[in-house]
Each structure stands twice: as C-alpha cells, then as structure tokens.
Design a protein around this ligand. Structure first.
Ligand code: F6R
Length: 266
C-alpha cells in the first residue's frame, strides 16, 4: 500500500483523475471499476474536463460500478446508475453498453450477483478499481464483519451508512436498507486499487484502515494485502496517520510519481 498526501480535497481528487487518465491512455480497453459518493464528484468533474479539453477517450473503456441500492430503478435520481450518468457517462464518449452496475430492481438477488461476477470475469477482470471509504470503514458496501473473501452479494446497510446517505434521500427513514455490492474478494482481484478519501471526518477511519490491524470490522484494511493499492488523501483525511513524513518522502522521491511532481502535482 502506498499513501499520497495532497494539500486539499481538490488536489487529491485531481491526482486520482490523472492516475485514471494515465491508465486509460496507456490502455484504451481499460476495465475500470467505479465508485459513487460525494468524494468522487470532483474526480468525475476532472475526468470530464480532460475529455473535453484534452481529448481523453473513453470509447473503448468498460466500466463496472461497485454497488447499487436494492429497490431503486436506474432512472431514480438517487440510484447510482443515475449518479454515474449525471456525473460522468452523459459527458464523455463512453458507450452506454460498456457501463455496468448491479441491477437494484432484480427480483432474484443471487442470480443477479452471479450475473455481475460473470460479467466482470468475461471482461477479463478489473484493471483499475476506484474506491472511496465509508465512515464505518467500508469499501463498496462491505459493512463491518463482511468476509474478506466475499463476492458480489446483497448487504444490509449499517446505521452509520444509512446516516451518511440520509441527506441524499431526504431523511434516514427513506434510505434503502440493502445494497448489492461487489465483495471484498471481488475488489481484491482488481489489478490495481486506488482509494480516495478527503475531509476530517474520514481521518479516524483512514488511520485504522491504513495503519491499523487487518480486520473485517474495517473492510478497507483488507487493502493492506493488495499487491498494488494507492491511497490518496488530503491533509485533513491523513491527519491521524503516524508515518506521514515517510509517505511524503516516498511521493517526493519515487520515480513512479515523477510525472505528477513535474506536472502540477508537486
Ligand atoms: C459508493 C461506495 C462507498 C463510498 C463511501 C464514501 O459506490 O462504494 O463505499 O465510496 O461510502 O462515500 P462519500 O464519498 O459520499 O463519503
């Protein structure tokens, strides 16, 4: 796991967008795992800008989102399908047939989860998985005690997650109680993981996920076992990390990050 600290949330999101853009330019057939939520909005804004102003091409790219609420149709403005259309898909040249999310309206949940896993397999697996982190430490909707080898399935949301989503639904009582989510095991099979967290309210859970023990109580901590995981934070989200100087030194000295250091991300 490597940790990159950026001064502001905007800097952190911009860096994440440029990592995605780099991978997409290197491999136009990229299979990209996507996340939703407030943190990602700035990432998608920058990707849209890169498409419009610098010709970033999504035409051959395939995407798989982490999750979708159970019971929300794709045209419901609170569904993640709608979120993706609003923030990214409608503004770039991606083929809608290449964009995948679990079907929140499926009646046979198990069949839908098997279908989604099979689709990912058929695409050759996920090359780059974008991740946020919930205040309860989830990646996707892998709430505390999710098996670290879990596959795509339906999960009941914790009160913390319901609270986190309440503003989007006009009150906690309207938040769906369940979501279909890629499992921790599904996420761990991505060739590269890229986690973005910003804001002081994520500082405590980031410290537990990055520097604490690996535990199903904080499913993001499983990423410590991933062979290629980059965690990008703003200063506020990284505030409680104990090894900040070391992380900064690595970013300032590792050849892998040289392009970024010399292109406005110093
Ligand atoms: C969303 C997802 C979640 C969010 C997390 C952070 O697809 O998988 O894990 O990334 O809940 O959400 P925000 O960014 O709204 O704090």
């Amino acid at each position: 796991m490597e940790v990159i600290l950026r001064p502001t949330a905007e800097d952190a999101a911009r860096l994440v967008a440029h990592v995605i853009a780099h991978e997409l330019r290197a491999n136009p057939h990229l299979v990209l795992g996507l996340a939703t939520g407030r943190t990602m909005e700035q990432v998608y804004r920058e990707l849209v800008r890169l498409h419009r102003e610098e010709g970033l091409d999504f035409s051959l790219c395939r995407t798989f989102n982490l999750d979708e609420f159970v019971g929300l149709p794709p045209d419901d403005p609170r569904s993640y399908r709608h979120y993706m259309r609003r923030h990214l898909f409608a503004h770039v040249n991606i083929d809608p047939r290449n964009t995948h999310l679990p079907d929140g309206m499926a009646t046979d949940w198990e069949a839908e989860c098997r279908r989604y896993e099979a689709l990912i397999r058929r695409a050759g697996g996920i090359d780059l998985q974008l991740l946020g982190i919930g205040r309860a430490g989830h990646i996707g909707f892998n709430e505390p005690l999710s098996a670290l080898q879990s596959r795509t399935r339906v999960k009941a949301l914790t009160p913390v997650t319901i609270e986190q989503n309440a503003p989007l639904f006009g009150g906690a009582e309207h938040v769906p109680r369940r979501a279909i989510t890629m499992g921790v095991g599904t996420i761990m099979e991505a060739r590269r993981c890229l986690l973005l967290a910003t804001g002081a309210e994520k500082a405590e859970i980031i410290a537990r996920a990055v520097e604490g023990p690996i535990t199903s109580m904080v499913t993001a901590s499983a990423l410590q076992l991933h062979p290629r995981c980059t965690v990008v934070l703003d200063e506020a989200a990284g505030a409680l990390l104990s090894q900040k100087d070391y992380y900064r030194w690595l970013y300032e000295n590792e050849p892998e990050w040289e392009w970024y250091r010399t292109h406005g991300f110093a």
